[in-house]
Design a binder for this molecule. Sequence first.
Ligand SMILES: Cc1ncc(COP(=O)(O)O)c(C=O)c1O
Length: 374
Amino acid sequence: MRDATKIVRSGLTRAVAGEPLHAGPVFAAPYHAPGDPAGVPYTYARAHNPTWTHLEDAIAQMESGSGYTASALVFASGMAATTAVFGAVLRPGDVVVLPESSYYAARVLAQQYFAKMGVQLRYAPTANNGQAGQLEGARLVWIETPSNPTMDVCDIAALADAAHRAGALVAVDNTTPTPLGQQPLALGADISVASDTKAMTGHSDLLVGHVAVRDAELLKKLDQWRTLTGGVLGPMEAWLALRSMATLPLRLERSCENAQAIAEFLTTRPEVEQVLYPGLTTHPAHAVAKQQMRYFGPVVSFVLRDKAAAESFLAHSKLLTDATSFGGITSSAERRARWGGDAIADGFIRLSAGCEAIEDLLEDIAQALDAARS
Ligand SMILES: Cc1ncc(COP(=O)(O)O)c(C=O)c1O
């Protein structure tokens, strides 16, 4: 079956006469579990839950590729998934190579906690595979491509190859494209991690994250981290995620088409100083992106003259919800520099294309740019 068919059908249960097509969420803390717990599939919900299992099977199927089978674990958020990778892999004295520009909270977590516990941090740019120059003695290379919010792209296969030769594990934050848009494990990475709060679930109404791996030992360590730290995903969120993911192929195709059209349109406007989107042939790593991505993602970043121009643009847009996050079915945008933490211009806007009619989006963006100019 094609990936889209598998994903659309991944929420279905086995066909049993009289049973519903989709199982509901299983609300439980303890489960009936007499005798030896090893013989009982579910004992206590901090360790496992049937709704997680269903969601994890659906995600694992998306992360699997030719010649390998992935396993997935779901977490209460993308940051919980990130923390699990750092926590399961890094020990005092280990070196982690981080991207200079990437989702800032992962870098803050590394600085505020892991560095203080003796993990050494090295930084390098994502662009031009800059992290390849920092691999000596590294335990983990953390990649984010395309990076949020600057849309830098690196070559996952080339970096994974170089990292493995240096003895390091490779983790890719794959939030922006989702595993339907880009498969890090198929490209040679050891760990695929994502905030499924974004395009994966796409309705802007839940937090969820996942980690996918091929290696059984690594899976065990991550699973133990989740059970012992205990900030787990609720069954209702797991069920909502499973339900939302069935429409991922439709949503991603539409939102990425819209993102491409918006990016191309923005390049024609004199008010826009720079457009950052890997789908543009002018993006410095377009060829790499084209090779490793099935979809270029819903996020388009662009730069207006200054803070006032960006704020005016957002205030005049009627369709771009002024909110953070991305990957939702409704388009949104924000002036990213308002948060701090990223080396970006004051007029930098991160836009997330939704699934609205592209004509309406382009008309709205055009009038908001006109208004911002005056
Ligand atoms: C690239 C990336 N990774 C991880 C995260 C963290 O995800 P969450 O908010 O689900 O914890 C985000 C959130 O914005 C993100 O953009």
